[in-house]
Design a protein around this ligand. Sequence first.
Ligand code: MN
Length: 276
Amino acid sequence: MPLAFGDLQGCRTPFQRLLAKAAPPAGTPLWFAGDLINRGAESLATLRDIIALGDRAVPVLGNHDLHLLSVSAGIRKSKKGDTIDDILAAPDADDLLEWVRHRPIAHYENGMLMVHAGVVPQWDVNLTLELADELQRALRAPNWKETLAGLYGNEPSLWTPNLKGIERLRVTCSALTRVRFCSAEGAMDFSSSGGLNAAPPGCMPWFDVPWRKTADVTVVFGHWAALGLMLRDNLIGLDSGCVWGEKLSAVRLAQIPAERTLTQVQCDNCRSSGGN
Ligand SMILES: [Mn+2]
């Protein structure tokens, strides 16, 4: 069964320590819940490590990975605290960015669905995969820059099946790569990036909407450092704040919850000096 890692965000040394500590059998698939790079000190080396794993690595794209593509395409400006310059300046930057751009947005195998941020309650696994595929294909198409530029923004915040074009792609991207909280009706709210006690009025974590249609599978996700490690029978939240000086987590996945095992390492000084 795969070993799933939380957000690396360029924290290469903790990643290597955690991989050595978890010591998965040779050939074990390594899943990565997105945000492979940015904010940590070694974005380029981390990205190279993952690429070198070849087919053994199964990453999904996170908001920081998309931000890298946007900065490289001139769609967005680099922000304070970004640590992506080493990737953009690499002699083989084009190949690295091409690799990132062709990664999946969602991955499903053996009853386990991995996305970076979350899903809205209206989606079951099949619809989630269908929408992720639409977004993946749009990001691989010749006009991908136009698509990427159109993905930013908080509206529409509520998924409806009649959405078309860039609005459909945007709501898909918002859920899969950015969501934390939503209303009981499934409308996403991006006003808080805090933990469980920081829910916007009338909102709850996306995974706590009672009628969520992915509740019958195990959703593996990252993105939400303020939430911390979250292990439930049908939910594995892996971002335990490595880049914030806390922990990097990996869970040996299994369909039976009791067979899952958690390995963690403490992360110190992961962030680039002077970064924000
Ligand atoms: Mn993220």
